[in-house]
Design a protein around this ligand. Sequence first.
Ligand code: BES
Ligand code: MN
Ligand code: ZN
Length: 481
Amino acid sequence: MSATAQQIDKAGKGILSRLIKRGDIKGSAGECITVLDGGGSGFDRIVTVGFGATDKLTRTNYLKSLSVAFATAKKTGATTWISALAEVDINHPNEPQSDVGATPTDIESWKLAQQARLMQDSRYKFTGHMEGKNNASQRIQSVKGTLLISHCAPRSAKASAKQGLAISQGCAVARDLGNLAPNICTPAYLATLARQYARKHTQLKVSVLGEKQIDKLGMGAFMAVSRGSRQEGKLIIMEYQGAAKSSKPTVILGKGITFDTGGISIKPSATMDEMKFDMCGAASVFGSMAACVALKPRKNIIFAVAAAENMPDGNAARPGDVVKTLSGKTVEILNTDAEGRLVLCDALTYLKRYKPKAVVDIATLTGACVVALGGVATGLMSNNRKLSSQLLAAGNISGDKAWELPLWDEYRPQLDSNFADLANIGGRTAGAITAGVFLKQFADEFDWAHLDIAGTAWRGGAAKGATGRPVPLLVEYLLSN
Ligand code: BES
Ligand code: MN
Ligand code: ZN
């Protein structure tokens, strides 16, 4: 029993130890028991949380137990929560006790930030289209959460809680955008949203390129995707200035296909509705930006979104078309459903003009990545060792994990075309990697990494909805590097 649990037990005349003795509370990892009577302890309800054996407790399992705990607390309907979960020690030999992240520099601060984040996350509910029901009884009541701190200085505790809350709010922004219907969340909608943010935050400057400019600049690959849609494609650039103008920016670039039918290479209809989530990379860029304007890191960051809709149409690109990219390289489009890499390659070339320190793109790029890593890890590919290790670390610390796949030259011949410099698909094998290798051809002037979030950005089935990933990873990366 943790120290606070012991105190409650004492005040409640042994209410918890009785339940433990009886075997109702086992303390196994992820076990949550709601005790609906405080037994005179002064609390109306107690939720006990199991973490398993302390020397076996990993960060991942700590976070899992937190999520179950807050979901259980929510179910009780209580509106005042006090969490004593910082008292749990994470002693697994594989878990470092310090240097775990940006602002939270030790595991105690980390536990507080994660509690603030997941407590807030547990209250997320999408209400974007529930006009009629969007009244007080539907909305989640506000919950007052208190975090007990034990081994953490109050000032750093406050900073940690603030960071956790900002990341949760960033996730909510990303989830809301992902969950919105594709007839509402169009490229124009995203451009308007960007302008709204810029109006509210003086540190942000927004520019939007429409199709006229995109076409005129020579982004033939972007246009090949966008031209079949009635919705105008947009390249959205949001510049956050947190440091001297001369300081080179970090760029994060999101795939914003607001609906992916596959185009002429049309997808089967079953679960095609889920292709509204094909802008979750863009959504994570907005979410990270929302967190950054709250936390104000002292660095320059460019938040970029390549937004378009992929539709079959008389004007759509066909398999066999050859287009010229902004880089000058030509691409043979063998499958119009491999559209993400087409909008991103031109955006990557365009971003060169900002002389970036590093570029990280985020994209629901391939079904193959879902096959490889499932919903557990985001696929990470990079042309730079240091950058990939920074992103992997940010994933581990934030509980928003990524796993690296290679971009070796041996894969490049899979993209050979008889008619152009490159084909836009690489055959049946290593699909996540060949998509990465395609993008790599356009990232020759800067350190670059690619996050394939096709498996992690949303869940299908009964719990269908956007997850907000990889906002926690991205914000951790942006704050600590
Ligand atoms: N947006 C999809 C990727 C996707 C598919 C994500 C299913 C999540 C679930 C992407 O535009 C796409 O269609 N990719 C193709 C590429 C293929 C044609 C080389 C794919 O993965 O099938
Ligand atoms: Mn596609
Ligand atoms: Zn797509």
